[in-house]
Design a protein around this ligand. Structure first.
Ligand SMILES: [Fe+2]
Length: 251
């Protein structure tokens, strides 16, 4: 693992921090069980490029661009979306358990019937006119985030015969720069589809796989309103959340 935490001078050149993907924790870019990875994984070893100012200074993700309304996926339209209302919350942490504030957390998900509002998603489940399925929130000074949405449904995909994705919410985390984006998926406890899911099973370590399963949270569940689920995201280290190739956004 190459991990230089701070910029340093190497002769006349400025060497900026970079982070190489650790082996064994995250899913491989080419996984036989997850068929579309065969078409899009790199055929040659990756070349690590030095980060220049463009990569480490952009984009400018000012927190002021994200409003409180962006964290509530149930209030974007005149009516409420159908489905079980849920609160998803947690903390973004580094490898030492320290909170990571000011991180943009973006989510996207299928509706309660398991359908995305996307032109390539045409399976016969209804769209919900009151649900777009996208939201975002910036972590607070304690690294915490919270958003309100509806429980997503399972949906079929073409990976193999009778393939169904377990219910999940896609997460993208941005740090302060383009090079600091991580993508993962959150699952729900007790979902019977999880053992059959090639995407989840492409994570080599079964314990790491379970770190993507949220925990039901009765304490944060609101009476007569919404169930709550807790999902912490650890960026690095032994307890790191598995992250996926950024091109895997579509399943
Ligand atoms: Fe998905």
């Amino acid at each position: 693992m190459t991990d230089t935490a701070e910029p340093r001078a190497a002769g006349s050149r400025l060497v900026l921090p970079r982070y190489e993907r650790p082996v064994g924790l995250h899913p491989p870019m080419d996984d036989p069980g997850y068929k579309s990875t065969a078409l899009r994984h790199p055929a040659e070893p990756l070349v690590l490029l030095p980060h220049r100012l463009t990569e480490v200074t952009g984009p400018l993700l000012a927190a002021s661009r994200v409003t409180a309304a962006d964290a509530d996926l149930t209030r974007r339209h005149a009516g409420e979306p159908l489905g079980q209302r849920i609160i998803v919350h947690g903390q973004v942490l580094d490898s030492d358990g320290r909170a990571v504030p000011d991180t943009l957390v973006e989510v996207w998900q299928a509706n309660a019937a398991g359908r995305y509002r996307h032109q390539v998603d045409q399976w016969p489940a209804p769209l919900d006119p009151n649900f777009d399925g996208v939201g975002r929130v910036v972590t607070d000074s304690s690294g915490r985030y919270s958003f309100t949405t509806v429980q997503p449904g399972a949906y079929p995909w073409k990976n193999h015969y009778n393939a169904w994705r377990p219910a999940h919410i896609h997460f993208s985390l941005f740090g302060q720069a383009f090079t600091q984006r991580l993508v993962t998926q959150m699952y729900f406890p007790g979902d019977p589809l999880q053992p059959y899911d090639p995407i989840m099973n492409s994570i080599p370590d079964p314990k790491a796989r379970q770190r993507l399963v949220s925990r039901f949270d009765l304490e944060r569940t609101e009476p007569d309103w919404a169930l709550a689920f807790h999902f912490d995201i650890v960026l690095r280290g032994r307890e790191a959340t598995p992250f996926e190739d950024q091109d895997d956004d579509d399943e």
